[in-house]
Each structure stands twice: as C-alpha cells, then as structure tokens.
Ligand binder design. Structure first.
Ligand code: ZN
Length: 161
C-alpha cells in the first residue's frame, strides 16, 4: 500500500474521486486491493500512483485518465484521437447519400398528385436520418462512451432525489 502523500489533491488509495466514466458516481479504493471501484457498481479501475493515472483494464485498448489534482483528463490513446478530417468523413458520409437520393428525386420526380408523390421527400429524410444515426453510433463507439451506464446512473440519481 502507498502511504498518503498528505495532500487531498493527489491521487492515492485514501481519497475519493469522481468517476471518470459515468461522471456521477464516486470511486474509492477497494479494500485489500490496489484498485478503485465506482459506487455505480460496475466500473473497476487500476491506478498508477507514480504517474497519477487511472486505467480501466476491461476496455480494449484500456482507457486511461490522468488526475491533475482537480479532475480527470482523458489520456491519449494511440490512434483514437479525433482529427479534424474525421468531421469531413462524417459530413461526407451523411450528406453524400442524402444528396444522391435528393438528386434522383429531382431528376425523376414523382407524378404530381399521384399517391406516391410524398415518397421522395420521406426517402430523402430517411436517408439523412439513417446515415446520421450510423455516424452517431460510430462516434459513441469511438469514444467508448458508456451511454447506457450514464443513462442508468442518471435515472437512479433522479429517483433518489
Ligand atoms: Zn461510475
């Protein structure tokens, strides 16, 4: 066991810290283990006190956070940084199919007044929403944002109030 460094701003096994994953629970060291657990009950972390790092080993690759004395900073993950050109891919992925569908609806318009004249509009909207949904899901996966844990813990806190 590490000894307390006599300051509450350092990461040590005596302290209680906000959970970097759900951001709502608190993490504290598990008894007899050099590990932290969140009181949301789900997340277990290992710590590197020398580097003031917290690691979530159940994620692959492991997620890390750096304790700066006040809050957690997301550690750098190899190949997992969001680059500016990713936005180009996102916009392209959503806009290109939508534009193609819109273009074909424009070139081959439905007969006005026919039963299916509303179809191209719905089709364009669906293409947009579908691709937006796919991109949103990919972004959640990219950041490994624990969406369901977050929802569950917020809901529980709401009920406890
Ligand atoms: Zn948590």
């Amino acid at each position: 066991m590490h000894t307390s460094k006599n300051s509450t701003s350092l990461l040590d096994y005596q302290g209680i810290y906000p959970c970097p994953v759900c951001r709502l629970g608190k993490i504290k060291s598990l008894s007899l283990m050099e590990a932290f657990g969140c009181d949301c009950g789900k997340n277990i972390f290992t710590a590197d006190l020398e580097k003031q790092l917290l690691k979530m080993p159940t994620m692959q690759p492991p997620l890390t956070w750096y304790w700066n004395g006040k809050c957690w900073q997301r550690g750098q993950l190899e190949g997992r940084e969001w680059k500016w050109y990713h936005w180009l891919l996102v916009v392209g992925f959503v806009m290109l199919p939508t534009a193609l569908v819109a273009l074909s609806a424009y070139i081959f318009p439905a007969t006005p007044g026919s039963n299916l004249s509303w179809l191209p509009t719905i089709w364009v909207g669906l293409a947009f929403l579908l691709h937006l949904g796919i991109v949103g899901w990919l972004i959640i996966e990219f950041y490994q944002f624990p969406f369901w844990t977050y929802l569950r813990v917020s809901w529980r806190l709401l009920l406890d109030r």
